[in-house]
Ligand binder design. Structure first.
Ligand SMILES: Cc1ncc(COP(=O)(O)O)c(C=O)c1O
Length: 385
């Protein structure tokens, strides 16, 4: 397979960064959701050995509430807060049951968002659980299967003629026009509260991890689209009173808005216009402003890779070595493991392995953020047809 990989260190890193961040209310809320249970954390012992590191840990979000991706943690919590504000409820001890008691009053509330699929499915599912409505806009090129996954949750949805960033603008306009509530997982100047709550919702993954893993990672490799997921993981890892792991942001080469912005070097996020990647969840041209402000301060490295690296990661997860756990991981979920494999086992990237200080003492943590959310692509990559 032809790999293209690059990695640069972060000139803006601030070792004294401090941000008050509480994840307790989100965890309290998630525990009340029907069907909630923590997703598994796997240790791939044989894989770690094969690439010369100590531990490879994978938090497997394909098991998240039967929705095949982590996104519902953010959508459900942010939606609950918006509903609670509408109903003038106490925001602190929110639970699913408290909101359900008010179903009749909220049945005409409509939430809207733009999404490649996973976030839209999560918004649609959450609206259905609470008994309100959802209208989901999807960028051109979105697969029919991803559209169907949203429609199955009783939402209205359409695939637009626009790319992801233009579709975000469309849903913002539609929200204004129709008095809908915009539940976007990205932020910009003047639109910060909802995406902040979405990021707080993602914190639950780290809260669960603290219970599942008594050791501690030396490296965390997190994939980024608009960066809300990565920023939430970074801030939660950083805020623990434990040694700071090396934090690495990974993006598709064809949608590298963080890497490109860092390369521009003025400390601001910039739009990457042309998007070209099969990693649909990571195909975003503009960093979320809130995420940028966290990632710019906390990340140690910014890395990019081409789609083949993600495909290799999918294969490693699907065809484990000996008794390692088999993991169903889609292209946006598996890219960090493909990256780690390439960097540790390919001498062309020995300099990156050295820079990142990856060696036999390293404990590397990933989040497989989705299962086979695009089953056609999954089958093709694994030669299952
Ligand atoms: C499976 C998957 N992983 C990672 C991400 C990246 O999240 P963010 O856009 O917050 O960076 C997404 C976003 O949609 C996703 O669907």
């Amino acid at each position: 397979m032809n790999y293209q990989i690059d990695c640069v260190s972060n000139p803006f890193k601030d070792h004294n960064f401090n941000l008050d961040w509480s994840s307790e209310s989100a965890f309290h809320f998630h525990q009340s959701l029907p069907g909630y249970k923590p997703t598994p954390l796997w240790q791939l012992k044989n894989f770690s050995k094969s690439i010369g590191i100590n531990q490879c840990l994978v938090k497997d979000e394909s098991h998240r509430l039967n929705l095949n991706a982590f996104k519902v943690l953010g959508a459900s919590y942010a939606m609950a807060i918006e509903i609670a504000k509408y109903l003038k409820l106490d925001l602190n001890n929110l639970t699913y049951e408290i909101i359900k008691k008010h179903s009749e009053q909220i049945k005409n509330l409509t939430f809207t968002t733009a999404t490649d699929g996973n976030h839209g499915r999560a918004v649609a599912w959450s609206a259905k659980q609470f008994g309100c409505k959802a209208m989901i806009y999807m960028p051109k090129g979105t697969s029919k299967i991803r559209l169907d996954a949203v429609l199955e949750n009783n939402a209205l949805a359409e695939i637009t003629d626009f790319n992801y960033d233009e579709t975000v603008t469309l849903s913002e306009d539609k929200a204004l026009e129709n008095s809908w509530i915009l539940l976007q997982d990205s932020s910009w100047k003047g639109y910060e509260e909802v995406p902040q709550n979405i990021m707080v919702g993602y914190s639950t993954m780290v809260t669960e991890l603290m219970d599942q893993y008594s050791d501690w990672p030396t490296h965390v490799i997190v994939q980024a689209g608009v960066g809300s997921f990565a920023a939430a993981i970074l801030i939660n890892m950083f805020n623990q009173s434990k040694p700071k792991p090396k934090l690495i942001i990974l993006e598709p080469k064809g949608a590298a808005c963080f890497y490109n912005s860092i390369k521009i070097g003025d400390g601001n996020p910039h739009l990457t216009k042309e998007l070209n990647t099969k990693m649909a969840g990571l195909s975003c041209g503009m960093p979320s402003l809130l995420a940028w402000n966290i990632i710019k301060e906390l990340s140690d490295y910014f890395a990019i890779c081409n789609d083949n690296v993600a495909f290799k990661g999918m294969q490693i997860c699907a065809q484990p070595i000996e008794d390692d756990q088999k993991i169903v991981s889609g292209e946006s979920g598996a890219v960090p493991i493909g990256f780690l494999h390439a960097v540790c086992s390919n001498s062309d990237y020995g300099h990156i392995k050295k820079d990142l200080d990856l060696n036999e003492s390293s404990n590397v943590l990933f989040f497989s953020t989705e299962g086979n959310t695009d089953p056609d692509l999954y089958r093709r990559v694994l030669n299952l047809e």
